[in-house]
Design a protein around this ligand. Structure first.
Ligand code: SAM
Length: 211
């Protein structure tokens, strides 16, 4: 991948302006990962990611914020009998610093960088990400980059989208349709709904097959 486009820098600056203060000043660890709701709601909204994890391995959370998802996935997959070793990457240095402070035992696994520029020190068995981390036109490039540069052969890319169950707020994107539309074979998918039945999380995954 070449130099970042100017558009990426503008987009990333907007992300930073939108998230940094709110995440750093949140009253609870979920707020530090951009989530509104109690622990039960967090689990309901994020547990669907564990359906993609079918073996032991390393996992990179792209956009790790304060590291809560890294922590939660390690616990939940452990309950299911798989041991994952979580790593994190975040665009915003202060959030990566917060994650390192919260998770000192994983401090050397939490990196600062833009998913479109960063080069991982080693490849991962699982990588999870969300489409909105890059401008719309760059999303297929992000998936391609994660598959080719971040994953081990046979590794799994997990694409997530989160929405709100409130009718006026954005909905989770149809990530399995998006992957298929971009030409990827979907190896599996999962979702979660809020108490009113509205889908709040969609997750779909595809495996990296070297050609
Ligand atoms: C909503 S939080 C996600 C927290 C957690 N991964 C989860 O799924 O609940 C989104 C995080 O992605 C980070 N982020 C956004 N764009 C990014 C990019 N291009 N590269 C790396 N991190 C990015 C933001 O700084 C923010 O901390």
């Amino acid at each position: 991948m070449g130099m970042p486009r100017d558009n990426d820098n503008v987009y990333n600056e907007a992300t930073r302006n939108l998230l940094e203060k709110a995440y750093l000043e949140a009253d609870d660890p979920r707020g530090g990962s951009g989530f509104r709701g109690d622990e039960a709601r967090w689990e309901r909204a994020r547990r669907p990611l564990t359906s993609a994890i079918d073996r032991d391995g390393t996992l990179l959370d792209v956009g790790c914020a304060n590291g809560l998802l890294m922590e939660s996935l390690a616990i939940w997959t452990g309950e299911g009998g798989f041991r994952i070793e979580p790593y994190g990457l975040d665009l915003i240095p202060s959030l990566a610093a917060l994650a390192r402070k919260r998770l000192p035992h994983w401090a050397d696994r939490i990196f600062v960088g833009n998913v479109m520029e960063w080069s991982p020190p080693s490849r991962f068995d699982f990588v999870c990400t969300n489409p909105e981390y890059v401008p719309r036109g760059r999303r297929p490039d992000m998936i391609e980059r994660l598959l080719n540069d971040y994953l081990v052969p046979g590794g799994r890319l997990i694409l997530c989208s989160y929405g709100s169950s409130r009718r006026t707020e954005p909905k989770a994107e149809p990530v399995s349709e998006i992957l298929r539309h971009w030409g990827y074979e979907v190896a599996g998918e999962s979702e979660a709904a809020g108490t009113n039945g509205v889908v709040i999380t969609r997750v779909a995954w595809t495996d990296f097959r070297e050609t």
